[in-house]
Design a protein around this ligand. Sequence first.
Ligand code: ATP
Length: 460
Amino acid sequence: MVENMDALISLCKRRGFVFPGSEIYGGLANAWDYGPLGVELENNIKQLWWKRFVQGRDDVVGVDSALIMNPKVWEASGHIATFNDPLVEDKKTHERFRLDHLLEEHGVAVSGMTFEQMSSKVQELGLKSPAGNELTEPKQFNMMFRTHLGPVEDRDNVVYLRPETAQGQFVDFKIIQEQMRLRLPFGIAQIGKAFRNEITPGNFIFRTREFEQMEIEYFVHPNDWQKWFDFWLDLQKQWCKDVGLPESATKFVEIAESDRAHYSKRSVDTEFVFPFGQKELYGLAYRTDHDLSSHAKLSGKDMSYRDPITNEVFVPHCIEPTWGVNRTVLAVLCSAYEEVDARSGDDGAVHEKEVVLRLPKSLAPIKVAVLPLSKKEPLATKAREIATSLKKNWMCQYDETGSIGKRYRRQDEVGTPYCLTVDFDSLEDQKVTVRDRDTMGQERIGIADLTPYFAGLLGY
Ligand code: ATP
């Protein structure tokens, strides 16, 4: 587990996981780009999720809805009216802050406080900005990004970038249920970008204005909501284990009524103990029939469901488990990061510590590194042939530069579970050595057997 965020951020930048976006122009506050290894890690997370919750289940189907939706969607969902954060501004520097965060920093337990109560606390405490200046009156700030559709910027064509993927599932509920002839309980899953104009983004990729969510809207009979809530909580717990988050750092927190989102009757957050504190990683909410009923009301379209056996007609209720892709990347990296005593040796330099990313194999960006002992022919060609053949099934990296110790270390640092070395004996016995990242065990495997061998270890 990483202790120092700077060490992780530096590794991420150095090795092509995550780095500041548009850096040649000085970057843009809290915009991050995912490099060649970061995008593999993200894709592996999304693929694992999709396989588990869509492909692997009879009761969940997928959707990919438009990012910019009819603004009435956000009117019905309540986001235009209530998707607000309390904002204060430093009167001198004009820096803006989340009032709830500022109060927390001053030891005030903001949990359960209304906006009015927070505002009066400012007076009571004579709260100043971190620079010691007067603050403006608190105001509610709507976090949705607004833009205009088409060339004319007027009130009639205001649209919003979606602040959550979920509304796509709600507005498409009826058409998907009919297309796929689905019976309750069933879920609609979506992976996609969401945008929130956060007042104070930060902590690396933890809170950004552009991020990605993996959400399931699971529709149930209102009498069954508790059962399905518990069911999805168990699946979220299992997921945390499977992506390698230590149980000691993963907490499941019941959210008090006053702190719940406007649509939720029960919420349990999965929180993770990051180096900068215990923070929300995932959410689970009982959204009742709030969304379907609101859309039915505003659109005038029927959102009810007829039970084919009992003929009961009702608006389904919804359980929503939600996962942030970027926070998953961060928690997975924090959990996998380990500094060990130097173990690769043989490159002449003295290294006291080396980094090993103990990523679950399924998430590792590179599955197999192919390392010829020497650049000389015919060794290099043989190794390249092996890499080309393995690449049909797995992400492989061919690396012939530097000593073998240095190359092992480079792979350990990015979490590659297997390093395969091709040596001069390989030309004779048609075997290579496979080294395991975690056990450091080495095994001699026939070149012709490599595909079934790795299929056994990595799956396809
Ligand atoms: P927070 O309290 O941290 O602002 P939230 O309760 O508003 O989060 P949800 O609305 O429940 O978050 O969003 C679902 C998930 O989307 C979160 O659990 C998180 O993983 C992710 N998420 C939300 N906001 C951000 C953000 N600004 N940056 C990155 N991920 C985010």
